[in-house]
Design a protein around this ligand. Structure first.
Ligand code: FE
Length: 349
């Protein structure tokens, strides 16, 4: 994710740093319980709606500090005990695991969070919680592939896909989490031989993000691609004619429907260890599981609500229902280092 709108990070932001430090001080004073400092790598147009609605319900004002996930983590660490950060939000369980490993989150005991969010979408230690989910799906060029030819992630290592697969590089957390899930499910030796076959089927050395893979599939550079579901939803909803034309050319397929289900990941967050307003932070996380907030939060990035019973947006519904793999997403972080090493060994660039 890119830093957008409010750039508080990087070089030349001394003024912003001072402002945040002052904010921290004032938060520790009188107004502490009335302000929530949210460090977020989300940057969607609908987010202000979410924050305003929380403020209306609780009287707690949300101060949004946006940035790329890794940079926000570094920032919280460098601010140390004086950090004004109350809540940290980011994408991918792999990143949430990193935040956990960095020691910047604290456990939260909330019966609301525990009852609303399925156990596989939150940290077993209650350090972080998923608030929306995304599926890592197969997309295919409708002129070249019939959905009946597709089945599982495992099948993508077979010779029939030689020179036909498009996917981004191994330094991307989404791919690392997918491989980590396969290590958990299939074991190391099977995952490694799968990855060898899979990489040997690439249509080109990995380049670009998930959107680039969809465009390349539409352009016929490869027949199929692996992407997160929201990237195709985004193109489908786009007002640009070019994007719509790309979305028209590709179909979405949910792998492993006859078995364990499709690999899913989350976007989510937790309460910062040094949160000046811990109570407000917990209230905010609990608010994110309300049906109203679930709808706004998930639709902001064309994701699926994580709370059962909250309907997905119409564009997601148009892709159809699917069975999701129920592996606990905490595994993706736990096996992240193993996944990276494996991808390296098989030459996944
Ligand atoms: Fe993404």
């Amino acid at each position: 994710m890119k830093i957008t709108r409010r750039l508080f990070l990087g070089t030349g932001t001394a003024m912003a740093t001072v402002a945040i430090a002052e904010l921290g001080k004032s938060n520790r004073g009188l107004a502490q319980s009335k302000v929530l400092n949210l460090y977020s790598s989300r940057h969607y147009d609908t987010d202000p709606l979410l924050y305003n609605s929380f403020t209306k319900k609780t009287g707690i004002k949300v101060n949004l500090i946006e940035g790329e996930g890794g940079e926000l983590m570094e920032r919280i660490k460098s601010e140390g005990a004086n950090s004004p950060a109350d809540v940290f939000l980011t994408v991918d369980a792999g990143n949430l695991w990193r935040a956990q490993q960095e020691g910047i989150l604290q456990p939260v005991s909330s019966s609301i969070l525990n009852s609303q969010i399925p156990a596989n979408f939150r940290s077993p230690q209650n350090l972080w919680f998923g608030f929306s989910k995304r599926a890592r799906v197969i997309i295919y060029n409708k002129n070249k592939v019939k959905p009946s030819q597709l089945s599982t992630y495992e099948d993508l290592a077979t010779d029939k896909w030689k020179g036909k697969i498009l996917i981004r590089s191994s330094n991307n957390i989404y791919n690392q989490s997918l491989v980590a899930s396969l290590i958990e499910i299939l074991g190391m030796p099977k995952t490694e031989s799968w990855a060898k076959g899979f990489v040997s089927n690439f249509a080109r050395p990995p380049e670009g993000n998930d959107t680039a893979q969809i465009k390349a599939v539409a352009a016929g550079i490869g027949d199929i691609g692996i992407v997160n579901s929201y990237y195709l939803a985004r193109l489908k909803k786009s007002t640009k004619a070019g994007d719509k034309a790309v979305a028209e050319k590709v179909g979405m397929f949910f792998p492993n429907q006859n078995g364990r289900g499709t690999h899913v990941n989350i976007s989510g967050g937790g309460v910062v260890k040094t949160a000046p307003n811990k109570e407000g932070a917990i209230k905010f996380l609990e608010y994110l599981t309300s049906p109203e907030a679930q709808k706004i939060f998930s639709e902001g990035n064309n994701e699926y609500p994580v709370v059962p019973g909250v309907p997905a947006s119409s564009v997601l519904a148009s892709f159809g229902d699917f069975k999701a793999d129920s592996t606990n997403v905490a595994v993706y972080g736990k096996l992240n280092a193993e996944a990276i090493k494996l991808m390296d060994r098989v030459g996944w660039k």
